[in-house]
Design a protein around this ligand. Structure first.
Ligand SMILES: Nc1ncnc2c1ncn2[C@@H]1O[C@H](COP(=O)(O)OP(=O)(O)OP(=O)(O)O)[C@@H](O)[C@H]1O
Ligand SMILES: [Mg+2]
Length: 339
């Protein structure tokens, strides 16, 4: 496998985090959530953050965005320098100006970032209207173009849809479009492609790397997928229990990891050998699905609209003790069938 091996030591440093300590708000004696994080990202570099669930990856990224939930978590020490601006001291108005224009974030949970009562197309467009000089018509055209670039299907319908009317992967791509549309200097992406099928995921990763080439964007990328890490990372930091336990260029990390914990992470990468087929526990069907159809919207006596056919002629059976896997591209109807 080929790894990236560019040297970034001469590139401009976009983000510099030193000794960052974050703890529970108002409880200085409790164990901190982040225990002295050091992290550097340079222009054009992709820095991957990996590590077990709960190790502090999301808290690190939220802190860098100035988005810690104030009633729950607080900065207890350290500094975050974003191109000369000290984020830990920045006023809320200054942070708002920085976000979107200089730093953008793709959140782990799209629903927390999207406004449930605004059409998703308008939400992307709003970012342009607030932070660029484009006319309304230009902003709309740019929005449609961006939605096509993140490979959303049926763009006119999705533009006018509310978040709850989209599939999980489609919502994730709306958020990606919002984050990329202003060419930020720093992009923080927290598990941005977990709800996407592998082909769409590849297209999104390609889109991010094109933006990096064009604009020199620095990317902080959080993922559990070591395959993605091997593909896109220049540098990797491994987190465990609120600390960065190892940080190294991708080739070094994969070929000569220093920490036992990093080795364990690498060994846990699944391979694609199927296991031996298991016989069902009993010869009967637990569930039989026969000719299942599901259409969203449309219907209604006086409306000629057709609605969205989310499932058509779906058939399967499952026997006791067996596992049925349903795979397919984002928006193909998997969650609809399960519901
Ligand atoms: N709002 C909050 N209030 C209190 N504790 C929190 C809050 N958010 C996160 N934490 C705690 O901070 C620690 C780090 O959480 P974080 O969300 O950063 O983990 P993570 O590495 O992103 O995990 P995952 O891979 O599951 O997303 C956890 O122990 C978590 O319980
Ligand atoms: Mg997280």
């Amino acid at each position: 496998m080929e790894f990236k091996s560019k040297d970034f030591t001469d590139a401009k440093r976009v983000l510099k985090i030193r000794g960052l300590t974050v703890g529970l708000a108002g409880r200085p004696k409790a164990d901190p959530v982040l225990r002295g994080i050091d992290l550097d990202i340079r222009a054009g570099e992709t820095h991957c953050l990996v590590g077990e669930s709960g190790s502090g990856k999301s808290v690190t990224s939220l802190t860098a965005m100035g988005l810690l939930p104030k009633d729950a978590l607080e900065i207890q020490g350290g500094s975050i320098d974003l191109e000369g601006i000290e984020i830990t001291q920045a006023k809320p108005a200054q942070m708002r100006a920085l976000r979107a224009r200089r730093i953008a974030m793709i959140f782990q949970e799209p629903m927390t970032a999207l406004n449930p009562v605004l059409r998703v197309g308008e939400q992307i467009e709003e970012v342009l209207n607030m932070h660029s000089d484009l006319s309304r018509a230009e902003a709309k055209a740019r929005t449609i173009d961006m939605m096509e670039q993140v490979h959303l299907p049926d763009v006119e319908r999705i533009y006018a849809a509310f978040p709850h009317q989209l599939s999980g992967g489609q919502r994730q791509r709306i958020m990606i479009a919002m984050a990329l549309i202003l060419d930020p200097d720093l992009l923080i992406a927290d598990e941005p492609t977990t709800a996407l099928d592998v082909t769409t995921q590849l297209q999104i990763l390609k889109l991010i790397s094109e933006m990096q080439e064009r604009h020199g964007t620095a990317v902080l990328f959080i993922t559990h997928d070591m395959g993605v890490v091997a593909e896109i990372a220049d540098t990797v930091s491994v987190m465990q229990k609120g600390r960065i336990v190892e940080s190294a260029p991708i080739r070094q990390l994969l070929t000569a990891p220093k920490e036992d914990y990093t080795r364990k992470l690498l060994q846990a990468v699944p391979n694609l050998d199927p296991r031996a087929p298991r016989a069902p526990a009993e010869a009967r069907d637990v569930i039989t699905v026969d000719g299942l159809e599901m259409t969203y919207g449309g219907g209604g006596f006086f409306r000629a609209s057709q609605g969205v056919r989310a499932a058509q002629d779906v058939n399967f059976t499952i026997q006791p003790g067996r596992t049925l896997g349903i795979v397919g591209e984002s928006g193909s109807g998997k969650s609809t069938v399960a519901r």
